[in-house]
Write a protein that binds this ligand. Structure first.
Ligand code: HEM
Ligand code: HEM
Length: 308
């Protein structure tokens, strides 16, 4: 079905857009276009310096609106029996419009911390929704269906909780970034030479919270993978979870590299991208586990047909 493909493309497109947004900030290009929605009064400015990154981010955002709009239209045509898919896509369109306005507000009000942090929060929220839609519209597949409904229910819950932690950790990360707290703990693994630093300002509080939550989030993701290997979770879902484990370890490495390189462009931008990929993988696993419960009669028949 075309709409399922269009949702998958939207997920990949969103990941690219998130990465570009992070590069915009890291290269200090956020105010390179002083106006919005035009850039220096035109839609085709000279693409040099910071304008290149900021305007490219806007163009790719425009492309995502068109792509996701197409997916929504196709969903309307092709999912007559599943109206909630269409309703969820409409909510996604609404989120994209709000997100674009927030992007504009970051420029017009010259990057207030809370507006920039909300811009990242909405971006991750949209990515999660697009991933749910991509997973829920993909073809039912018995190779992704846990045999026991109890295993499916637990997997949906555990992967969902891990995804929630990654989301919360990412919002705190954005707060670190936009309050300029990235170097408020310049040492590792201690912070200002102490296990618990003096929590005297928002920069140190958010940075310290981000490090503590990193331990909790990493343990949660690795815990889900450990559980999946002890339970009757299908091999293909286990492999997705192994990818999540690899991503969370990489993410911690990139966080450490961000501090050690004093927030160099490559580690900090990749740190945003890997957080988003991790969120997407966990949301995918949780959604597939949940969908397999809903589609159980069909899934059961698939298993029978396969002689399992
Ligand atoms: C035309 C609409 C948009 C404009 C004008 C815009 C503008 C901006 C600007 C100026 C920044 C840098 C913010 C800063 O330094 O604080 C930024 C970052 C970002 N943008 Fe957009 N944006 C738009 C649409 C979008 C959309 C649709 C998404 C995703 C769905 C998105 C995701 C991001 C992300 C993830 C960042 C990085 C935020 C961070 O580092 O915390 N943007 N955007
Ligand atoms: C599960 C683990 C982690 C996740 C999901 C995560 C996620 C994030 C996200 C999404 C951001 C905001 C990026 C943006 O606004 O574009 C961020 C910022 C940041 N993270 Fe992490 N992070 C994790 C672990 C760590 C660790 C272990 C460290 C280092 C000790 C770290 C250091 C930082 C720093 C310094 C920033 C601010 C970067 C800047 O100012 O440009 N993170 N994190």
């Amino acid at each position: 079905m075309l709409h399922a493909r269009a949702f998958k493309v939207s997920v990949v497109w969103t990941l690219a857009l998130l990465f570009l947004g992070s590069v915009v900030h890291a290269t200090e290009s956020s105010l390179a276009c002083p106006d919005w929605p035009t850039c220096f009064g035109t839609m085709v400015p000279e693409m040099t310096g910071g304008v290149f990154w900021e305007h490219l981010h806007r163009l790719v955002a425009g492309g995502l609106v068109l792509m996701f709009g197409l997916a929504t239209w196709l969903a309307k045509q092709e999912t007559g029996t599943r109206p909630r898919i269409f309703r969820a896509s409409l909510a996604g369109m609404g989120l994209l419009v709000v997100q674009s306005v927030f992007g504009g507000l970051t420029v017009i009000y010259r990057l207030p911390d809370m507006v920039s942090t909300t811009h990242l929060t909405l971006a991750f929220g949209f990515l999660a929704l697009a991933t749910v839609l991509a997973a829920a519209t993909s073809r039912p597949d018995s190779a992704l269906t846990p045999r026991a409904p109890a295993v499916g229910r637990s997997l949906r819950l555990y992967a969902g909780v891990a995804a929630g932690l990654v989301f919360g950790q990412s919002v705190v990360g954005a707060l670190v970034r936009h309050t300029d707290g990235g170097m408020s703990c310049p040492d590792l693994p201690l912070c200002l030479g102490q296990v618990v630093p003096p929590l005297v300002n928002i920069q140190i509080i958010s940075h310290f919270t981000h490090r503590v939550l990193a331990v909790v989030t990493t343990a949660a993701v690795l815990g889900v993978v450990w559980w999946a290997y002890r339970s009757d979770v299908p091999g293909r879902l286990r492999r997705w979870l192994v990818a999540a484990a690899a991503l969370v370890v990489l993410q911690v490495g990139l966080g450490v590299a961000s501090v050690l390189t004093i927030l160099a462009v490559v580690p900090v931008s990749t740190h945003t991208l890997v957080a988003a990929m991790l969120l997407s993988v966990l949301v995918y696993v949780s959604t597939v586990a949940g969908e397999s419960l809903e589609r159980r009669p069909e899934a059961g028949r698939d298993l029978e047909a396969a002689g399992v």
